[in-house]
Design a protein around this ligand. Sequence first.
Ligand code: ADP
Ligand code: MG
Length: 921
Amino acid sequence: MTIQQSIPAPAPPEPTSAEAPSRVTPMMEQYLEIKAANPGLLLFYRMGDFYELFFEDAELASKALGIMLTKRGKHQGVDIPMCGVPVERSDDYLHRLIEKGFRVAVCEQMEDPAAARARGNKSVVRRDVVRLVTPGTLTEDTLLDARTNNYLLAIARARGSAGADRIGLAWIDISTSEFIVTECSTGELAATLARINPNEAIVTDALYSDPDLGPLLRELPAVTPLTRDVFDGATAERRLCDYFAVATMDGLSAMSRLEATAAAAAVTYIDRTQVGKRPPLSPPSREAAGTTMAIDPATRANLELTRTLAGERRGSLLDAIDCTVTPAGSRLLAQRLAAPLTESAAIARRLDAIAVFVTDTVARDDIRTTLRAAPDMSRALARLSVGRGGPRDLAGLRDGILAADAALARLERLDDPPPEIITVMEALRQPSRELAREFERALADQLPLIKRDGGFVREGYEAALDEARNLRDASRLVVAAMQARYADETGVKGLKIRHNNVLGYFVEVTAQHGDRLMAAPLNATFIHRQTLAGQTRFTTAELGEIEAKIANAGDRALGLELEIFERLCALAMTASEALRTAAHAFAMLDVATALAKLAVDDNYVRPEVDGSLTFAIEGGRHPVVEQALKRDGQPFIANACDLSPVPPPYPPPQAGEGRVGVGQIWLITGPNMAGKSTFLRQNALIALMAQIGSFVPASRARIGIVDRLFSRVGAADDLARGRSTFMVEMVETAVILNQASERSLVILDEIGRGTATFDGLSIAWAAIEHLHESNRCRTLFATHYHELTALSAKLPRLFNATVRVKEWQGDVVFLHEVLPGSADRSYGIQVARLAGLPAPVIARAKSVLAKLEAQDRGQTARALVDDLPLFAVPSRAATEPAPPSEGEQLIEALRALHPDEMSPREALEALYALKAKLPKQ
Ligand code: ADP
Ligand code: MG
């Protein structure tokens, strides 16, 4: 592998075993000093073409990277473990270390080793840390995922009176310059963290070890506890002003003191990690509390918004709806999905922009073609600003401006652009066209990745550069002439002058002619350097001279190119604000056209979103399941759902009359595999999509703003993730019952399933009552406890719905149709048979079931509804229907029988069940 030492001559003084064991060599002294100044980080210590790691760092890194661990000298009499990575491949190694949770301090040689030698034999090459590489402060394309933001989050706390602490948050993506601040309560912290989804967080030591909040923070991918001074509120404003080079922050943004504290901590950390280089940031934009839908981590996971429960992007909602064509567009869509809006006007603005491209699909496709060719300007800009950019980043800005022109020309042809598109157009006009023209003039057609490779400045751009290049190239011509002359003089026709990095320029002849050149008189001119199997190599004094000339001219040309690069960079920086604005406009345009394409392709409709509490979906579908079925050529069965408030007096619920839309809580019973979970989730997703300002998979959707979305799944489903227990399920249910308000949307899927039947039934029962009476939120509740359907007799806003199946020749056929009414059985045994359980087990299960069903828990439940006074249920006797008498129950049971669809055995079992319903004599 690559671990071998390659120390350039002259080597700096090294530790050797010859020295007294307790003596520390000057180099080790320097190393230890730098290492001590950067605690908690691996130190990449530059030595020539390698970054070397020593001591424990070497042990950790060699294990993490799978590279060889070697030794280098001794320290205090003990071998020093060492490993190294080649500088030119260090990005790859850095990436892997960061992924594994390490942080790295990159220490460079700050002077030519010759300069150190000139100072004296014992002096060490000057070295300094130039950058700390942490997960939240990356800029390189190779270290970043193009489609996701990379946020650094600073979290500050202000102690309030008991339990009333406030949290200030500031998050920055230095690769795109985004900078956002907000405040929340400690109770909202989990949902806020889940929304921001930072790659690294910084907190005070105190917060890190806080018994309540610490565990929450430690679940984040990386948390760095820092000393108090970073979070010092008194100096926050000054540090921010310093970063933005302004006298006061007033003009830039309005922030609370707590937000400013977090913001200052974030910029201080960036300052430290970038060691003096300050990537330009947008002024912090403040996110007012309550402007986004609160979605806690469990709900996000459960609804599979950006990852499936298995942790993959494929199969998530984001993956299904992301038709963007640029990484910046993809990032913006992910941001919007993470934070749906709660203001109908803002939502309508986004919808207007999509509507334009739903109608005008030609404009949409033109724009998407333009966007596809537009580079990721914000990340190019960020790299240039910290001195990590290359010629291709400059070209990216040039192409971006040209793309802005093209997009603008197309947008100007739109008939009546809505406000969001007008904003986009204004933004696209901002970057200076002169800048693009300058870059066009300056940059060559083919560009190297790294500026040090040179050759990126176009011929004719700068006279001095052309001159240096001509000199270099002319000297190369001299070499060619020299080759012809030498061939003549020696009489060796095949004589060649070649170049490599070890020998520089050399004369090469085949082995058979080698002797001739080594003998008099030719040996006066040709100096032997190397003998290989087939060739012999020589230099000459003349060749050495010309080589020096070529090298000088080459160096000068490169120097001039680098100067030009810096100039162009500076030019780009003066325009960075305009370029960033344009880049953001591209992303907005990408999202609008992408969602329009999705809407047309998948037949989505524009939702009506307002301030009411309506929730009325017609022809609703699950966006992800629908796409999956479509790939298999299967249709998705659309279903309506109506959780809108019922104006009092509440009409008594009557299952089976098709009066969809009379309840705020839908209780969904139905067989296994019928589509209950799908139905629940599709309604949550439709609300969420509507509020990010997207069209939705439905034929009509009217939604009163949802301020909080909750979704929970019974324990058994979570067990598949190998982490949840009934306890977790209950903790999460508690959160809902304590927090859901009238404006919330709650999805409960088989809550209470993870315990004994009666336990579970009782908990589900009480939870429904609480949701109905206290939370009064729009709710979907799926359950196998059919007994719960009896509650609709008591709870006027509880509505029973079921998913229809057909029994056919003893099998169930799933129709996936949601209808009013309730299921009386779960068909679990039929599903078990489909799954291939052995026939004797199925037969046995059937007879056990028949016995159990004969005991009829349903009756007990109905009796309970009457006997148990519901807590806090206001008397609504007038509207309550009388419970069915035993006679009515018998008739109802008879009605539910379909003799034509029954096997003889089932008929017999039904007869027993009916008999059991008879009143005891
Ligand atoms: P349940 O929760 O009732 O056990 P699921 O919601 O998990 O059932 O659905 C089981 C499967 O049925 C889904 O994976 C999906 O393939 C299919 N399905 C569900 N709803 C529909 C529908 N409306 N149209 C077509 N297929 C559906
Ligand atoms: Mg289910």
